[in-house]
Design a protein around this ligand. Structure first.
Ligand code: ADP
Ligand code: MG
Length: 625
């Protein structure tokens, strides 16, 4: 077979990546070997599974292993696997482009960051290119498992292009041949290679042989008995499967025989990569059947909101020859998913009870995912609700409470759970919505994240208690007895007379027109002159704010304005309406805008600023006169 060589340009992102890899990554070069071994192991796993699905494969008897050989005279390192291999097109696509969505973020992080955290390279689907940290030239010879494929050699010096040439006589799998850089000759040394394998690749589930001798401990940790596994082994295994460098925050190792036979090992990482700006995480848990990988980083085995978990789920009850496509609608897989999710939530519940500090740490890093689950996952909503944590008017600043804590100390006669959204504890406590809760000594939850009101509106209730936003128009707090009754009397005497208040609200509604639905006399304002509230069945102000931020088309619905007829400003306004109606109208608009701002809603700043200057002008003029 005489094959012609074709030369191809790398995709622009690959060029950029290679440029950084070659010219500015000088530390932690060792990890290139981890990446090549991990690719070889992936290819072997894929083959093992594929073999169960296909009638015929190429080289069926080649033993499943990784062979590493060195030539210290010519400074060449070779990593060979008998895995699934690549066709010509796969070589071109897999080793010429970057497919993974997070890798662009990774690239810009690499570019900007001084210390260049190359450790993350494997997590972003660009691990192969790390070979160029140590290579002058890389050749990849590959023969796909598919019986009628042809063998090809891919070759590049990592600058701008690569070449593809047909190559006959190859075995199934892939051979990566690295011509080492002058400063990387040490990698053509057996003992260096063995040390790196022990450090990073000990858990690869195929033998890794160096000079014919197996170096790693081949084992499926998740099938071993918990009592026989040391903490370090868990930690090492986590680093291996997650391509991570840190220790896990916590982990769950769980085995069951009924209703399904399951061995699962789930790790919570130390950091939340999404919060760090790395884009949406891909699922990190792989599905096995009797130690055979069925679906790597499976989308089917856990709900999406658990995508931050890393680990392995193995179930003997799955048919070994199930195809990846069939997993999606497989009843057994959904059952497995439900069991494992419930088990993980129980793990968190126990942790919250027994190691509250540890749980709080988890919550601060990953709580957002549980909230996401609570809004979209009906199956686990009740369990998720128990795990939610918030600040409240009865928690110390920065300390968190659960809904159970809240329900456990609800006032007599209270049968609703109250919450209010705001940017901070301080802002909420200074705002109008908080006043009545303080006066009546009713606990109120502070929802400080934009997603929170969606969570509560989806939950709707907890333990039979309705969840009610304090910016609801029809809020009815339980009355206080005793001294509060006296307080109410004095309040009453200071208020505007009923008929005057009636005329005032009607007139204010006329002034504000369509921008408000209703102007009403408040029964709950204490110190503030006015506030915005939402009629029943409407979104909370916070939800509207979020919808507006994500969709400019979203129209904020008309709100109700409640006024405090005991407040000097409102009383003065009632008088001014008669004496100087024009200016009184200006004041009304300003009161409305201020209330909207306190509700966290957008207003037109230009009109508002111009108007407030007119008001200030009058205030200054009065002083003069
Ligand atoms: P990732 O492994 O995260 O996908 P890499 O940059 O390490 O990213 O590899 C890119 C792709 O190249 C792999 O997804 C795989 O399809 C292919 N590949 C790399 N090495 C091998 C190999 N030894 N055998 C088969 N395919 C491989
Ligand atoms: Mg890889």
């Amino acid at each position: 077979m005489t094959g012609k060589t074709e030369t191809k340009e790398f995709q622009a992102e690959v060029k950029k990546l290679l440029d950084i890899v070659i010219h500015s990554l000088y530390t932690e070069k060792d990890i290139f070997l981890r990446e090549l071994i991990s690719n070889a192991a992936d290819a072997l796993e894929k083959f093992r599974h594929q073999k169960l699905l296909e009638k015929e494969v190429f080289d069926p008897d080649a033993s499943l292993e990784i062979n590493i050989s060195v030539n210290d005279k010519e400074h060449i390192l070779t990593v060979t696997d008998s895995g699934i291999g690549m066709t010509r097109d796969e070589l071109e696509h897999n080793l010429g482009t970057i497919a993974h969505s997070g890798s662009k973020t990774f690239l810009s992080e690499l570019e900007q960051n001084e210390q260049k955290n190359v450790n993350l390279i494997g997590q972003f689907g660009v691990g192969f290119y790390s070979a160029f940290m140590v290579a002058k030239k890389v050749k990849v010879q590959s023969r796909s498992y598919s019986p009628d494929a042809e063998g090809y050699q891919w070759e590049s010096d990592g600058t701008g292009s690569f070449s593809l040439t047909p190559e006959s006589g190859l075995h199934r799998g892939t051979k990566v041949i690295i011509e080492l850089n002058d400063d990387a000759f040490d990698y053509a040394n057996d003992s260096t290679i063995k040390r790196i394998i022990k450090q990073y690749s000990n858990f690869v589930s195929f033998p890794i042989k160096v000079g014919g001798e197996t170096v790693n401990t081949v084992q499926a940790l998740w099938t071993k008995n918990k009592d026989d596994i040391k903490a370090e082994e868990y930690s090492e295994f986590y680093k291996f499967i997650a391509n991570a460098f840190d220790d896990p925050l916590c982990y769950l190792h769980f085995s069951a025989d009924a209703p399904l036979a399951i061995n699962a090992l789930l790790f919570v990482p130390e950091d939340n990569m999404e919060l760090m700006g790395f884009g949406r995480s891909e699922p990190g848990v792989s599905l096995y059947c009797q130690k055979v990988l069925i679906d790597q980083h499976s989308k089917n085995i856990l709900p999406e909101w658990l995508r931050f978990l890393k680990g392995v789920v193995d179930s003997e009850d799955l048919p070994l020859n199930i195809s990846r496509q069939a997993l999606q609608d497989n009843a057994l897989v959904s059952k497995l998913k439900k069991i494992i999710t419930s088990r993980f939530l129980k793990f968190l519940k126990d942790q919250a009870k027994n190691e509250p500090e540890q749980y709080e740490k988890f919550w601060k890093t990953f709580g957002l995912y549980l909230k996401e689950g609570a809004t979209i996952d009906y199956t686990h909503r009740a369990d998720l609700a128990k795990l939610l944590r918030f600040e409240s008017s009865k928690s110390e600043s920065g300390k968190l409470i659960s809904l159970d804590d809240y329900v456990g100390r609800m006032n007599e006669g209270q049968n609703e759970i109250y919450y209010i959204n705001g940017p901070s504890r301080h802002a909420i406590e200074k705002g109008p919505y908080f006043e009545v809760f303080k006066r009546r000594d009713v606990e109120i939850i502070y929802t400080l994240e934009p997603i929170d009101d969606f969570v509560f509106s989806h939950l709707n209730e907890y333990e039979g208690k309705k969840l009610v936003s304090a910016d609801r128009a029809d809020l009815k707090l339980p009355e206080k007895t005793g001294e509060d009754a006296v307080e109410k009397e004095t309040e009453k005497s200071e208020k505007l007379d009923e008929p005057i208040a009636q005329t005032l609200t009607k007139w204010m509604k006329d002034v504000l027109g369509e921008s408000v639905k209703e102007v009403a006399v408040s029964t709950r304002l204490v110190d503030s002159p006015a506030m915005i509230v939402n009629p029943e069945g409407f979104f909370t102000s916070s939800m509207e704010r979020v919808m507006r931020a994500t969709n400019q088309e979203h129209k904020i619905s008309s709100k109700n304005l409640e006024i405090n007829t005991a407040h000097p400003l409102i009383k003065g306004l009632a008088e001014m309406r008669v004496a100087d109606e024009d200016f009184a109208k200006t004041i009304v608009k300003q009161i409305y805008d201020n209330a909207m701002i306190q509700a966290g809603l957008m207003i037109e700043p230009r009109d508002m600023v111009e108007r407030s200057y007119r008001i200030l002008e009058r205030a200054v003029a009065k002083k003069d006169g």
